[in-house]
Design a protein around this ligand. Structure first.
Ligand SMILES: C=CC1=C(C)c2cc3[nH]c(cc4nc(cc5[nH]c(cc1n2)c(C)c5CCC(=O)O)C(CCC(=O)O)=C4C)c(C)c3C=C
Ligand SMILES: [Fe+2]
Ligand SMILES: [Fe+2]
Length: 340
């Protein structure tokens, strides 16, 4: 299960997509009336045209890169199984309701469904809303099957290995720094997901101090991914930096911001930059347009000399094998990857 895209780059389709996405109370977490006013009255009318233009720059002949690549991943994984492997999106198509219907109609004996949210890290606005949406649709129709979910895999050995191997070839050439740019979040979301109510963004160096809050802390989980990849690839500390991208609105988001850090780097002697986006396993608007086009321009305009975007794992054989292994382990009785 992935996030989803508009059906086309037409402004009306982009509007429909943005309305569904941003009216999700786990994304814009304001009371319903205020959210409606904000989303339908301000954000979508002002954003839709620019978003549609951004999508047009990266659209493939088969459709949105996020969907096309996720479909390719689904087909590659399906090739390793007799059991059906389906792709589902949180917003727009194919929806959880339609995929569940299809699965149960085509497989009347269906006993178990294993859900893989295609997000390495836990966030209320990505992993949690995806899981809750499909659970809700499953319960609504009273399906007899059991639905199990794979947990965020930010620190999973095979994920780290596949991600590190996807980065490795880019480290062969000379570079000054590798930037790990993760999708950002409002800081409020980090506090809301803190099950202790007193750890996240409250304790000094919270993400480095052991706490049960880490199970739901996006910031902690992104930091761990960066540290594990750095260790796997032996990247010196001074050559790594972590930032957060894609900010929306005026609330404080996670820092440092990718867009704000980029223009500073050349002045600090960072002229040759590598950028990787490990919050995404499939390339999408936020990597292909925001990073590979916009961020590159910001960096080069500020005096940077080379900017290399490292693509997501997409359909790389090691990633397909990793997903396949998780599913096989589950069917062989392992509960290690399951979210309880
Ligand atoms: C990686 C996980 C993601 C988190 C966490 C997340 C939070 C989040 N996003 C928005 C607002 C937007 N995000 C948009 C696109 C988008 N976001 C993710 C992933 C996460 N978002 C992906 C994979 C994509 C790309 C979709 C595609 O079709 O390629 C957009 C839409 C595009 C735009 O207009 O910029 C918005 C809006 C918020 C507000 C948020 C947390 C609160
Ligand atoms: Fe997003
Ligand atoms: Fe935290």
């Amino acid at each position: 299960m992935n996030l989803g895209s508009p059906d086309s780059t037409d402004v009306k389709d982009v509007k429909r997509y943005l309305n569904e996405f941003l009216m999700d109370g786990r994304v814009i977490d304001k009371p319903f009336l205020l959210r409606t006013l904000l989303v339908r009255g301000i954000i979508v009318p002002f954003r839709a045209k620019n978003s549609a233009e951004a999508y047009s720059k990266i659209w493939m002949k088969e459709g949105s890169p996020l969907i096309v690549i996720s479909e390719q991943l689904q087909k590659a994984v399906q090739a390793n199984f007799e059991e059906p492997v389906e792709l589902v999106m949180r917003y727009q198509n194919p929806s959880a309701a339609s995929v569940l219907k299809k699965l149960h109609e085509e497989n009347p004996q269906l006993k178990e469904i294993l859900l893989l949210p295609l997000y390495p890290h836990y966030a209320m606005s990505s992993y949690e809303t995806a899981v809750e949406d499909i659970k809700h649709q499953h319960k609504k129709k009273n399906y007899a099957s059991v639905l199990k979910t794979i947990k965020p895999f930010y620190n999973n050995e095979q994920f780290i290995y596949a991600l590190s191997e996807s980065i490795k070839p880019y480290l062969q050439r000379d570079y000054d720094k590798i930037l790990f740019s993760y999708h950002g979040l409002p800081q409020r979301h980090i506090r809301k997901s803190d099950i202790t109510g007193q750890h996240c963004l409250q304790v000094n160096r919270c993400c480095h101090v052991a706490s049960p809050a880490h199970k739901f802390c996006y910031r902690h989980q992104t930091i761990v991914t960066t540290e594990l990849v750095a260790k796997a690839l032996n990247i010196p500390e001074e050559k790594i930096e972590q930032t957060y991208q894609s900010r929306l609105g005026k609330d404080p988001w996670l820092l440092p911001s990718t867009q704000e850090r980029l223009p500073d780097l050349p002045g600090e002697g960072i002229k040759r930059l590598l950028v990787v986006c490990p919050a995404f396993v499939s390339d999408c608007l936020e990597t292909l347009e925001e990073i590979a086009i916009q961020a590159r321009q910001i960096f080069l305009d500020a005096g940077g000399e080379s900017f290399e975007f490292i693509p997501c794992m997409n359909t790389q054989p090691l990633w397909v094998q990793t997903v396949t292994n998780w599913i096989k382990d589950y069917f062989n009785g392992s509960t290690e990857m399951l979210f309880e």
